[in-house]
Write a protein that binds this ligand. Structure first.
Ligand code: ATP
Ligand code: SF4
Ligand code: MG
Length: 333
């Protein structure tokens, strides 16, 4: 399949030298054109840091300390995102890859009408377009996310949380990007609303063809709405697979724990078990497999050797980093 965004060996630290916290460690991840890729992991696993790193929106003291991010436009040569000039980077952020931040629905400016905020995004990138054309575009965008165009004149507080979130999605889609990154856009919303929004996004990408990187704690949502799922633990990707395969059979014990800490999608409700123990301290990472202190299946090499992420011999088409599934072929760098 055709990659649209390739992340290779990405490392992101907070701070420098001995004080650095390694929040993203050698992450390889490929987003294909038009797919929904879900990224899940417990709080602190590095999901947001990965998203901010690849769009170069890291707040200080965040620094990218290694790796590559390559964006493939529909036509034209590949773009090395980490070396873009500030001007090119601004264009890249809305026109090629747009991002809806964690808690974004609260980032609408309360004193401006929805129309002003939506039109500002369009105007910033199409300064020479006619005002009437921009307004028509703003109306279309609202309708696209299921909000009637007469809401344009509303203020954010006049909209429900779900509507505000959909306004943010409309803004993210305004310049028809190839990649939309959503960082936990739904945690503050109720479950019904979460499903509606992610479902709508999956449908929109079918019409518009963009790819989605969707970041959440809620693995059950991802199982339902994404094509592939990547699982992050302690700054690394520990498993990656087509959503249905992952749900049917998790290879990594951590993925298994995550799946069982959510109620089943269908059938009898299971107990919410959670995973015993707590996520690793990034300043004092366990040796070997970072999950070994919590892993019910840990064995001899686990506390000394870091398992590489790769294609296991016993499950073709998937990637896992666990000694239970020895890797026949490491993920190509
Ligand atoms: P959540 O699900 O809670 O959003 P996350 O997976 O997005 O978590 P990140 O926010 O990327 O996790 O954080 C990854 C790690 O980086 C965490 O251990 C966090 O403590 C650390 N971190 C984040 N921001 C900073 C900072 N400004 N300075 C130092 N460490 C930071
Ligand atoms: Fe558990 Fe070992 Fe696999 Fe880590 S490598 S997840 S400790 S079995
Ligand atoms: Mg986060």
């Amino acid at each position: 399949r055709d990659p649209v965004l390739e992340i290779r060996g990405l490392r992101v630290d907070y701070g420098l030298g001995d004080a650095a916290v390694h929040a993203v460690r050698d992450v390889d991840l490929t987003l294909h054109r038009g797919e929904v890729l879900g990224l899940a992991g417990e709080s602190g696993s590095g999901k947001s840091t990965l998203a901010y790193g690849l769009t170069r929106l890291l707040p200080p003291p965040g620094v990218i300390s290694g790796g590559e991010v390559v964006y493939h436009p529909v036509d034209g040569p590949p773009v090395d995102v980490l070396s873009l000039s500030p001007a090119r980077l601004r264009a890249f952020r809305w026109a090629d890859t747009s991002i809806v931040f964690q808690g974004a629905m609260n980032s609408l400016n309360p004193v401006h009408r929805i129309s002003t905020q939506l039109l500002d995004v369009i105007k910033a990138h199409e300064p020479r377009s006619a005002a009437a054309a921009r307004l028509a575009r703003a109306r279309d965008l609202l309708r696209l996310v299921g909000i009637s165009a007469d809401r344009l004149e509303s203020y954010p507080h006049q909209l429900s949380g779900g509507m505000r979130q959909r306004v943010m999605i409309a803004m993210a889609l305004a310049l028809e990007p190839q990649v939309v990154i959503m960082d936990e856009p739904t945690t503050a919303l109720d479950v019904v609303m979460q499903r509606q929004i992610l479902g709508q996004l999956a449908e929109l990408r079918q019409r518009l063809g963009f790819a989605v990187l969707f970041i959440t704690h809620d693995l059950s949502l991802l199982v339902e709405f994404s094509d592939r799922i990547a699982i992050m633990y302690g700054g690394r990707i520990v498993e990656e697979a087509p959503a249905a395969d992952l749900y049917r059979r998790a290879l990594h014990p951590y993925t298994d724990g995550l799946l069982h800490s959510f109620p089943a999608l269908r059938g009898a409700r299971r107990e919410l078990t959670g995973i015993p123990g707590s996520p690793p301290d990034l300043r004092a990472m366990p040796t070997g497999c970072a999950f070994h202190p919590r892993c019910p299946r840990a064995f001899t090499p686990c506390d000394t050797d870091v398992p590489p992420l790769g294609r296991p011999a016993d499950a073709p088409g998937r990637d896992v980093a666990c000694w239970l599934h020895p890797v026949a072929e490491p993920v190509p760098r």
